[in-house]
Design a protein around this ligand. Structure first.
Ligand code: GDP
Length: 362
């Protein structure tokens, strides 16, 4: 009978912070994630970056390689960052974990040419409501007239390489974004001028196309997590798993499956799990845990490989019987070491909270 995640000290450790990328359509969410994935594959050791179901894990050593002199890896003990593959902000608002937001931290992507748009404002509202710390990625800086692109360079180095005219144009656009944040109640500045990231939003100029500023973005996310979120990342890594359903999907050979982001503990094949369902919580047994096959093996017929267990934080596909009524956004809990009824009650309580929340907010 544990009273907290580390009550018995066993298996306690630091999990990876979960990062969500939000923003208006076409402002570059997908491109930014692709860029991070792509650079990490090129720079890092083979296999250092891992593609999960619905998420991408970027370990600290890859971040530190990409960030170069911006980061001293010995300042960090969090294992890296887990980016959720953009679920779109509508589903983001329902992605909860124990009453809070599933994402520990967020990146709000804003196109420097386009500024704040309706979905930017909606995303801001969600971030405010869920009290999710975030940074703003001011994207597409390469579209500044006269821009002289510096592939994958840190922001200040690329700004140094620009003409005064290009730099001034960019600054003007960045200050418009800072102004818009301020109009919406957020004190913000260029990230390198922010001392306290709890009270101020850092703006990171980036290009998802050229990779400029991506080292800075990763550094700021890592630094923010380490500084302000470390305590929340202390979990019992061998305790019963807890996660949130991203998607309910039919998968050939497996029937209905759940794409889940696991934020606590471990889930194993044959575990009994409790999942939020349309009418009542579903109690079932894990038949298979699936991860995407590494890219090198993509030519094989099978898209997934089976693993015996998955530890937080991670994205994973769970195959189990009776999942037809499962709902996206619902909690998933492993019922290990606790009576199933208790876990069912916990899932019911969490579901009720989500329903109240979505009812309140339309
Ligand atoms: P999403 O809807 O937010 O996921 O946006 P996408 O990532 O699909 O990007 C929308 C369009 O903007 C695509 O045509 C991208 O190639 C382009 N784009 C994204 N980021 C950049 C950037 O940094 N620079 C330039 N020039 N184009 C970009």
């Amino acid at each position: 009978t544990t009273t907290g995640p580390n009550a018995d000290g066993e298996g306690s450790g630091l999990r990876t912070p979960i990062v969500a990328v939000l923003g208006h359509v076409d402002h570059g969410k997908t491109s930014l994630l692709d860029k991070i994935r792509g650079s990490a594959v090129i720079e890092g050791e083979a296999g250092a970056i891992t593609q999960h179901i619905g998420a991408t894990a970027v370990p600290l050593d890859v971040i530190s390689e990409l960030a170069g002199s911006l980061i001293d890896p010995s300042d960090f003990d969090l294992p890296g960052l887990l980016f959720i593959d953009t679920p779109g902000h509508h589903s983001f608002s329902t992605l909860r974990a124990r009453g809070g937001a599933l994402a520990d931290i967020a990146v709000l992507v804003v196109d420097v040419n386009d500024g704040f748009q309706p979905q930017t404002l909606e995303a801001l509202d969600i971030l405010k409501r869920t009290q999710t710390p975030f940074v703003v990625a001011a994207n597409k800086i390469d579209t500044t007239p006269g821009w002289n692109p510096q592939e994958d360079a840190p922001t200040l180095r690329t700004i140094d390489a620009q003409s005064d005219r290009a730099e001034n144009t960019l600054n003007q656009r960045l200050y418009e974004i800072i102004g818009e944040l301020s109009e919406n109640g957020f004190s913000a500045d260029m990230y390198w001028r922010v001392q306290d990231f709890r009270g101020n939003i850092g703006v990171v100029p980036v290009s998802a196309l050229t990779g400029e500023g991506v080292p800075d973005l990763l550094t700021v996310l890592m630094g923010l997590s380490q500084r302000y979120m470390k305590e929340d990342m202390e979990v019992n890594l061998s305790g019963p798993g807890a996660g949130t359903v991203l998607e309910v999907k039919e998968e050939r050979g497996f029937g209905t499956t759940l794409d889940v982001v696991l934020y606590d503990g471990v889930v194993r094949t044959d575990d009994t799990i409790v999942v939020g369902g349309k009418n009542e919580p579903i109690v079932t047994e894990v038949r298979a845990l699936l991860q995407p096959r590494p890219l090198a093996e993509i030519r094989t017929e099978k898209r997934f490989e089976q693993v015996e267990e998955v530890t937080a934080a991670a994205g994973v596909k769970i195959a189990a019987p009776d999942l037809d009524d499962a709902i996206a956004g619902a909690p998933v809990r492993v019922a290990r070491g606790r009576p199933v009824e208790e876990v069912v009650a916990a899932v019911e309580a969490e579901l009720a909270e989500i329903e109240v929340d979505t009812a309140e907010n339309g």
